[in-house]
Design a protein around this ligand. Structure first.
Ligand code: SAM
Ligand code: SF4
Length: 334
């Protein structure tokens, strides 16, 4: 076993949270994530096998990673997703996943056996027509049912909502109403620019706008600012009389880079030291050649920039020349 060293970058940030995309495939086509013309899929031999995912994850755990999130594409469409979850569950980490929720019923036993207690489900509208329009598929009813199933079965459920102006910004209060009866967390995410997702600033619903909307219904004294967990990317709140909570992830207007503890692994085995970085560190070739990947991990972390992969001001961040050099979100995994 390797010595446990903290994965620290040049700015003293310690990385103990690994996000692994296990597939580029998805059973939805969300407009803000998947380019309209689809993506060029990586040929299967260049994707990580279950053994390789577990091997790389184990290396990270030995280097101090304590939390692993599975994502995609849609992680639950991968044929060996159950095996991957069960094997990662044995690494003794806090294992979790982000999913569109469609396939949840097939996985309830696996979640329990793998020690997965908290699940993030993406749902951008509570109106069937709008949900089906943004996802370009017809799974609204299943997703609603499956959220109910998880809650009834005692899982911690977080709903990820990407807010887009004139699309779902009129549903902010409807989402918060869900926290009135259930201990559920709503996570409002600012719409972020990626290759092929037709982003522009006019579609952004900002943290400030979200909070203005909340204050249009609730008195300031009813809106409690909760203590954020260390390294939390979200600013957390609750309506004082409600059991659930809500949060805002303001990567665009209020980045949280100074406390970043995340490192990402793509389905084709490349490390991304930042969601927004277009430089990646391939691990798979070295792993397959029987070489240690540890120096590559350290090299990738050492190159991590202080803020959003160098897009440290709004002009750079909103420049299509720059953000279109990054992958599409569907191949990063959020
Ligand atoms: N398929 C799974 C799902 O949808 O939950 C996991 C992968 S998806 C890429 C992970 C998260 O990224 C989702 O919550 C999704 O809403 C979010 N996401 C995708 N594109 C985004 C964008 N342009 N801005 C903000 N969040 C985005
Ligand atoms: Fe698929 Fe998730 Fe992207 Fe939607 S957000 S297209 S469900 S990967």
């Amino acid at each position: 076993m390797e010595n446990k060293t903290i994965l620290q970058d040049a700015f003293g940030r310690q990385h103990d949270y690994l996000r692994i995309s296990i597939t580029e495939h998805c059973n939805l086509r969300c407009s803000y994530c998947m380019p309209e013309d689809g993506i060029v899929l990586t040929p299967k031999p260049h994707l990580m096998t279950a053994d390789e995912i577990v091997s790389i994850a184990r290396t990270f755990v030995n280097l101090g990673v304590t939390k692993i999130r599975l994502t995609g594409g849609e992680p639950l469409v991968r044929k060996d997703a159950k095996e991957i979850m069960l094997r990662l569950g044995r690494l003794g980490v806090n294992l979790t996943l982000t999913t569109n929720g469609i396939l949840i019923p097939d996985f309830m036993d696996t979640f329990r056996e793998a020690g997965i207690h908290t699940i993030n489900i993406s749902i951008d509208s509570l109106e069937k027509d709008k949900f089906n329009a943004v996802t370009r598929r017809n799974y609204f009813d299943q997703v609603q049912e499956n959220i109910g199933l998880l809650l009834r079965e005692g899982f911690n459920v977080k709903l990820n909502v990407v807010l887009i102006k004139s699309f779902n910004d009129n549903e902010i209060l409807d989402f918060i109403s869900l926290t009135e009866n259930d201990n559920i967390q709503i996570r409002f995410i600012e719409f972020m620019p990626f290759n092929g997702n037709d982003w522009d600033k006019s579609k952004l619903v900002t943290y400030a706008e979200i909070m203005d909307t909340v204050q249009s219904k609730y008195k300031l004294s009813e809106i409690e600012r909760l203590k954020d967990a260390p390294n939390d990317t979200a600013k957390n709140f609750r309506i004082t009389s409600y059991p659930g909570s809500f949060a805002v992830i303001s990567s665009v207007t209020n980045p949280f880079c100074s406390t970043c503890n995340r490192i990402r692994l793509t389905a084709d085995g490349k490390l991304k030291n930042c969601l927004f970085s277009n430089s990646e560190m391939p691990l798979l070739e070295s792993l397959r050649a029987g070489e240690s990947i540890i120096p590559l991990i350290h090299q990738n972390l050492a190159a991590k920039m202080p803020i959003r992969a160098g897009m440290d001001d709004d002009l750079k961040f909103q420049d299509p020349e720059l953000f279109s050099q990054n992958r599409s979100m569907i191949t990063i995994g959020g």
